[in-house]
Structures are given as structure tokens and as C-alpha cells.
Design a protein. Structure first.
Length: 502
């Protein structure tokens, strides 16, 4: 059986016989079979990864910007040439279809490209003559060793949202990816080494709560980035902050799409299907609640159903598949429970995907598309982040009622409005309480040079991820005030070639 080991100090970390540390299973979601085992870090291995990063920081932290960006340019080229290989690993361990996996790699590459141009974002500021012969400058410097804890749903993209910017800013990095799909992270590290990244600048530490808690408590880790569920984000933020670390912890979501009576319903239905069911709904930017205003609800639900029934579900490696399986059987069962529970709580089950199977792959983690109408805001299917292909439709009478319903949600990650009215769209983008807003765009993930992040229970910490916020998170400001005597005032006997003032 294949074994995925840690990547520490620029090479695979092979455990010596008799050392501590366990292994966990990695399952092929399409077949349900265990295909790989992954090393789960002990505290000693956490220390080894952080120690390698700390040693590397001694030289990387003082390296020139040109040296760093030269490595990143080579890295970007290698990632581009290995797109299919990275995507294949994602499909094999996560289950998403190959086209989705390729899209994930492309979105990660955007941040690598941003890191290649880091020179302009690290420029400081200078004010001269703030007082007689006094200048003040502001500069940004790296933090040291930083850590990233990333989720299973984007095993390549989310790590690339973190470590390229961190190392471009002069930090060294310890990445703790999900133990459910670990192989893509190792390939990212191998390609970085091939690009010339010095040993220890990027380390990959596989593990579970032992590894996470070890990083949160480690005195040599200066900052922690996290993407995952809200309960864990809250825990990461509280624990790391209590240990004196800088933290950005992105949590869960319940993203709403408001559809006004004047909207293009065909476009809205297309958007709802792709945003709710793409990547099997396993993404924090999925639209999981459509809020239909007034008379459009019946027609909109019919159009969504018509499109959803045509989605082909199958193994991610099959080019004809449009949606793959869920990551684990336990997660599949949990998602299915929300559909059956919604019916018991009064919702109309328009589509029930809970009994779906795929011929020849009966042991895979399959679930079909579910569409729930007339969902109550009190139901579990509405209140919880399901993280699967389940779309709830809620009905309201007015725009104001829809916005009030959406703003009452404890989550504030992403949201969208579909309308032809510019005035309504303008009001919405100002009145809605969410960090990312789409106008006739269902999944408003910002491009790399803007920052990604939500409000309320979708973000813990002050900084969003990547973009300018990412650069600020991975650096700290320093202000320098200087006064130099005029060279003409040099002591007697020291001739600098300047006329004397006295």
C-alpha cells in the first residue's frame, strides 16, 4: 500500500523503527476502498517540522526579494506543467471530477502569480523632514515560522492561498493539510524543492488533532492560518491567540442567493445549479439557500429541478461525470440525514438524492442531488452548513424581507443577488452583511489581488486571506524615526568635503 510521509527539511521524512506516530487510512471515494496510508504526526514530528522551518528562516528571512521571486517564477512554471498530475491526485483522494480539480489548481496558481509580484506590495513608506533633519519610514518585515491548517475540500488550492505569499514575504512555512487527501500537498512541496526553494522553507506535516494542537502551542510558530468549519475555526482562533500567535481562521458558511422578480430566471437557475451542486457542494462558497421573492418561486424551482435532474454523477476520473462522490461514507450519511430530516420538519422534497448509487461503483460514497422547497428558517437543513449537494429554497414576499432573513444568519461568508435593476443591486451590496457579494454572479470568490473572507461566524481574526490582507497578515509593520546631523557639522579634524557652517 502507498504511504504518504511528512515532507520535512526538503525531503520525505522517514520514520525510524520504533519511533512514535501512527498512520491513518486514505480512501478512494469512488470505490470506498482504502488506497493509501498517511503518517499522523507525533509531537516529536511536529517539533522536527518546526525546527526545520526555524533553521531555514535564518537565511530565507534575510534573502533578497529577487532571490525569492526567482524561485516563485520557476515554481509557477512547474505547477503549470504538472496541472494534470496534481488534479489527478485530487480526484483520486477527494473524488471531485477532473475538470473541477483542474479549476482548483488554476485558482491556486493565481496566488502564486500574486506572490511572484510581491516586490511592489512590500514597499515601505518614507516621510522626510517631519521635523528638522528628522525622517520617518515605515517598513514591513517577515514574522518567522508560520503554519497553515487546510481542509479536505481543496487540498491544493487552499494551501496555495497561504504558503506562496508567506514565503514570498520571507517567512518559512509548516503546512498541515487534511489527512483525508494528503498527496497533493506533498507534490506541491516536491515541485517547490525542484524550483530551488531551500530545504526547510516549506514543510508538510500530516496529522490529526495531535499535530494541530502541537502547532497551536509551539513557541516557535508565530502565526496560524486556517480554513475549515466554524466550530474548529473558533477553537483555532481561541487557542492560538491564547498562545500569543497571530491568527486568521476562516470558518463555515450558509451562502444565500436572492432572486428578485425581475431576474433572468434561466440565468438564475443555471447559477443555482452550478453553485449548489458543483464540487458536490463541498465548498464554503457553495450556494446552499435560494431566497425567492414573490411570484418567481414556483417557476424558479421548476427550472432548477429540470437542470439538476440532468447532472451526471459518476467517478471523478470519468470525463463524462459532472459530479463525483463525497469524501467519506460518514459524511455522505450525515448529508443524507439533513434531507430526511427536512421532510420531517415540513419542507417539500422536490428532489431526493439520498438513495443514489453508481453502477459498478456501488461501494463508493455516492449521493444524488437534493432540492428542498418551502424550507423553514427553524429547520436543521437551513441552520447548519450541510457541505453537500443539498439546495434549500425559502420564499419571501419582498426584497426587504429577503435581506432581513439573510442578515439574521450567523454566517456571513458569500452571498449573491440576481436582478436586472442596478438600484436594487446597489442597495443589496451595501445592506447585506457578508464579506463577499456577487451581483448576477453566484460564487463571488475574489481574484487573487483582492482578499477572500467573510463576516460574523465565517471569520475569526482581523485579516482575510490572500490579496493585500494576506501580505499584511504574513508581515508586521515597523516604523523608523531617524535624525542625522548635517555633514557640515562634523567634528573638527574630520573632513568630509563639506563647507563648514561655523
Amino acid at each position: 500500500m502507498k504511504t504518504v510521509n511528512h515532507w520535512i527539511g526538503g525531503r520525505p521524512f522517514e520514520r525510524a523503527a520504533g519511533t512514535s506516530g501512527t498512520y491513518g487510512p486514505v480512501t478512494d471515494p469512488a470505490t470506498g476502498a482504502v488506497s493509501t496510508q498517511v503518517a499522523l504526526a507525533s509531537i516529536e514530528e511536529v517539533d522536527a517540522a518546526v525546527s526545520a522551518a526555524k533553521t531555514a528562516y535564518e537565511s530565507w528571512g534575510t534573502s533578497s526579494l529577487s532571490a525569492r521571486t526567482a524561485v516563485l517564477f520557476r515554481y509557477r512554471a512547474l505547477l503549470d506543467s504538472h496541472r494534470d498530475e496534481i488534479a489527478a491526485l485530487i480526484t483520486a483522494e477527494h473524488g471531485k471530477v477532473h475538470s473541477d480539480a483542474l479549476g482548483e489548481v488554476a485558482r491556486g496558481l493565481e496566488i502564486v502569480e500574486l506572490a511572484c509580484g510581491i516586490t511592489t506590495q512590500l514597499k515601505g513608506e518614507l516621510s522626510t523632514e517631519v521635523s528638522s533633519r528628522v525622517d520617518v519610514s515605515s517598513i514591513r518585515q517577515s514574522l518567522g515560522v508560520v503554519a497553515g491548517i487546510t481542509p479536505f475540500n481543496f487540498p491544493a488550492m487552499v494551501p496555495m492561498w497561504m504558503f506562496p505569499l508567506a514565503i514570498a514575504c520571507g517567512n518559512t512555512f509548516v503546512l498541515k493539510p487534511s489527512e483525508k487527501d494528503p498527496s497533493a500537498a506533498n507534490l506541491l512541496a516536491e515541485l517547490a524543492a525542484e524550483a530551488g526553494l531551500p530545504d526547510g522553507v516549506l514543510n508538510v506535516l500530516h496529522g490529526d488533532k495531535v499535530a494541530v494542537d502541537g502547532l497551536l502551542a509551539h513557541p516557535d510558530v508565530a502565526a496560524v492560518s486556517f480554513v475549515g468549519s466554524t466550530p474548529i475555526a473558533r477553537y483555532i482562533h481561541a487557542t492560538a491567540s491564547a498562545n500569543g500567535k497571530r491568527v486568521q481562521a476562516l470558518g463555515g458558511a450558509k451562502n444565500h442567493m436572492l432572486v428578485l422578480p425581475d431576474a433572468d430566471l434561466d440565468a438564475a437557475a443555471d447559477a443555482a445549479v452550478s453553485a449548489a451542486y458543483g464540487s458536490a457542494g463541498e465548498r464554503c462558497m457553495a450556494i446552499s439557500a435560494v431566497v425567492a421573492v414573490s411570484s418567481v418561486a414556483d417557476e424558479l424551482v421548476a427550472k432548477i429541478r429540470e437542470r439538476a435532474e440532468k447532472i451526471k454523477i459518476g467517478p471523478g476520473a470519468d470525463p463524462s461525470s459532472e459530479m463525483g462522490p463525497l469524501i467519506t461514507a460518514a459524511h455522505r450519511d450525515k448529508v443524507a440525514s439533513y434531507v430526511t430530516g427536512a421532510a420531517a420538519q415540513g419542507a417539500d422534497v422536490v428532489l431526493d438524492g439520498t438513495g443514489h448509487t453508481v453502477e459498478g461503483f456501488e461501494d463508493g460514497h455516492w449521493i444524488g442531488l437534493s432540492l428542498l422547497d418551502n424550507v423553514s428558517t427553524d429547520s436543521d437543513a437551513y441552520r447548519d452548513e450541510i457541505f453537500g449537494p443539498v439546495l434549500c429554497v425559502l420564499r419571501v414576499d419582498t426584497y426587504e424581507e429577503g435581506v432581513a432573513l439573510m442578515n439574521a444568519s450567523p454566517f456571513g461568508n458569500g452571498t449573491a443577488i440576481f436582478t436586472r435593476d442596478g438600484g436594487a443591486a446597489r442597495r443589496f451590496q451595501l445592506e447585506i452583511e457578508a464579506g463577499m457579494v456577487g451581483v448576477n454572479v453566484p460564487i463571488p470568490v475574489p481574484v487573487g489581488y483582492h482578499s477572500f473572507g467573510g463576516w460574523k461566524d465565517s471569520l475569526f481574526g482581523d485579516h482575510h486571506i490572500y490579496g493585500n490582507d494576506g501580505v499584511h497578515f504574513y508581515t508586521r509593520g515597523k516604523v523608523v524615526t531617524t535624525r542625522w546631523p548635517d555633514p557640515a557639522d562634523a567634528p573638527a579634524g574630520v573632513d568630509l568635503g563639506f563647507p563648514r557652517n561655523h
